[in-house]
Design a protein around this ligand. Structure first.
Ligand code: ADP
Length: 603
């Protein structure tokens, strides 16, 4: 990475830090200023005091120096502590804000990016970097350190101007001292660079194994997996697999630690040489009579602070430089573009629900996949119709729904809403016309009411009505806490465990509560028992009301009640018509599927 890019990234990082919490940013600037001044007060006034003593000044003058030293240090410390105490809370604000920005990014990302393995890995690496302290923590640390060290260099430099003007100390000594200080800074920067390269490689080498371990630890601790683990006695096997997989991680970790300790040795050596040289020069100056007693202490202290600041600055800059690599990854993640064109047309709110959606020669390939998941799909949804979609696994049914809801854009062809390409509509508004229950729907460990409403606040009467329509009425009546009942026990000891079928009914109720013009049920009956299944599909027309309903199911008997049935095969619609029409074609796909299942439904 070019130096200029590193500076630009660090600057962007500092600006982000200031934006996350301006009060914290300014507090650090002022606090460090006060903190840095503290040691210079005694350095300056002790020299004055010693020289005044040597010159035989009055007690009043001596007392004034003492009071000034103690008073100023006291005031500076007071100010420093005041700023520091308020920073505790500010730091939390910074992390909260940064977390929020990171989460927002994941939420606003195109769905295709969320499924992208490379982006998933990158997300994991940034999360790991953040946890290790890279990005924001190191950035705030560096900003603070660099600011302090620059102030120290300025203050010490100002005091030491008179030292470099001393005639009794030979020029080669002064230059030699500067050279040694420079060499030490170089060594510190070298160490910083090496350590960061080591850590970066470590983070690269272990990102995948971390992702893997996370998943396995999740299996080991997740009570949902507990049944399989016990029944199939996979516990030991899983635990051993985690241990085997982690062994190389820890080996690598120890190696990295040992190597970074080795980098400290040349630094220790350089420190000793500098101190030895400095004392030698000052002693020589004092013996020659040009350096006063007060000045000796002043120069020694200032010089030690200057050496510390210069080499510290070397270290801070190298940390900032190393952190730039992490910032690059961090900002690259935040900058991942959303390739979906998001138009601004508003979706008209229509009471008559006249939303005409048309697929026009739509074909689709998943990113990175060479095979088409959908091919030349042409279809117009009739407003208010009940449409069933059937076909074998992998025939493209779910993909068809994902495209309809704009989780992906077609690779070829277009989808129109009331004659206009759906890409031209405001994304959120377009989404608002669909209620979907996906096969892999998620309920959250919140209250039943919040789950159905998908939000904090809800209309209790409408939630109850949706639950009743979805067939959850009887179970709801048995819940003592009603809509306040918490689902699952993750956050609430009194939470209820619900069966797969019950969960599906709640998910259907959530779709009904949204009351969107389109309702899509992807395999809604897969987890339902036959009675509940019968309830859902026999009442499907009532449940869906005047909405356009799309019903994906493997159970063809459930689809009989729909106005139209689409049969998918290998991404294409190979048949369409009513149950009767399709069954009339003995060579058709539907006929074959129906006969394969008919044995279950003849009685
Ligand atoms: P169905 O719902 O009919 O079972 P899908 O629409 O889920 O079928 O899948 C259609 C095809 O697309 C399958 O070949 C499947 O492997 C592929 N597919 C589904 N999801 C993805 C994905 N996220 N990335 C790549 N290929 C996918």
């Amino acid at each position: 990475m070019m130096f200029r890019e590193k500076v630009a990234l660090t600057k962007r990082g500092v600006l982000a830090f200031r934006r996350y919490c301006p009060r914290y940013f300014w507090s650090v600037i002022l606090r460090v200023l006060l903190e840095t001044l503290i040691p210079y007060v005694p350095i300056y006034f002790s020299a004055k005091l010693l020289d005044a003593l040597a010159a035989g000044e009055t007690v009043r003058v001596l007392a004034l120096y003492v009071l000034l030293t103690v008073g100023l240090v006291f005031l500076l410390k007071l100010g420093e502590n005041w700023f520091r105490s308020s920073e505790e809370g500010y730091m939390n604000d910074v992390y909260m804000e940064e977390n929020w920005v990171f989460t927002q990014k994941s939420l606003s990302m195109a769905y295709s990016s969320l499924e992208d393995q490379e982006i998933k890995l990158n997300h994991e690496r940034v999360r790991m970097d953040n946890q290790t302290g890279y990005n924001l923590y190191y950035l705030t640390l560096c900003t603070e350190r660099i600011w302090r060290e620059m102030l120290q260099i300025l203050l010490s430099g100002a005091i030491l101007l008179s030292f470099f003007a001393l005639g009794s100390i030979p020029l080669w000594c002064k230059l030699g001292l500067l050279l040694l200080v420079g060499a030490k800074s170089f060594l510190v920067a070298w160490k910083g660079k090496k350590t960061f390269a080591l850590n970066d490689q470590f983070s690269k080498d272990t990102a995948e194994s971390n992702l893997w371990s996370d998943k396995f630890y999740h299996y080991l601790s997740d009570y949902n997996a507990g049944k399989e683990i016990r029944l199939y006695a996979t516990g030991d096997w899983l635990a051993r697999k985690v241990a085997d997989r982690e062994a190389p991680y820890w080996k690598l970790y120890c190696k990295v630690q040992a190597q970074s300790v080795l980098y400290d040795l040349p630094l220790l050596l350089a420190d000793g040489v500098i101190k030895l040289f400095l004392y030698g020069i000052l002693l020589y100056g004092a013996l020659s009579g040009e350096v006063s007693v007060g000045s000796i202490t002043k120069y020694v202290s200032s010089m030690l602070l200057l050496v510390g600041a210069i080499s510290g600055l070397g270290f801070s800059l190298s940390v900032a430089e190393g952190n730039a690599f992490f910032l690059k990854r961090y900002f690259e993640y935040l900058d991942i573009p959303n390739p979906m064109y998001k138009g601004s047309l508003t979706v008209e709110k229509r009471d008559d629900r006249e939303y005409n959606v048309e697929f026009r020669n739509v074909s689709f390939r998943y990113p990175g996949s060479r095979d088409y998941a959908l091919r030349h799909v042409n279809l117009t949804f009739r407003v208010g119709e009940k449409l069933a979609v059937v076909g074998l696994n992998g025939s493209g049914k779910t993909t068809f729904i994902k495209l309809l809801c704009r989780l992906y854009d077609p690779t070829e062809g277009e989808i129109l809403l009331n004659g206009v390409n759906i890409q031209k509509y405001d994304y959120d508004e377009y989404m608002s016309i669909f209620s979907v229950v996906f096969q892999d729907f998620r309920l959250f460990a919140f209250s039943l009411g919040q789950n159905v409403a998908a939000g904090m606040a809800y209309d209790a009467a409408r939630v109850e009505e949706s639950l009743r329509q979805a067939g959850f009425g009887d179970r709801f009546a048995s819940l003592p806490k009603g809509l306040d009942t918490c689902l699952y026990r993750e956050f609430d000891e009194d939470g209820v465990e619900i069966s797969g079928g019950e969960a599906q009914k709640i998910a259907i109720a959530r779709a009904l509560y949204k009351n969107a013009p389109f309702i899509v049920l992807d395999e809604p009956t897969a987890a339902l028992d036959p009675v509940s299944e019968y309830e859902v599909y026999s009442k499907f027309n009532e449940i869906a009301g005047d909405k356009t309903a799309i019903y994906i199911s493997h159970r063809l008997a459930s689809c009989r009640f729909c106005d139209r049935i689409l049969v998918f095969r290998a991404g294409e619609i190979v048949e369409r018509g009513t149950h009767r029409e399709l069954l009339a074609n003995p060579r058709g796909e539907y006929h074959a599927l129906w006969n394969a299942q008919a044995q279950y439904y003849t009685e």
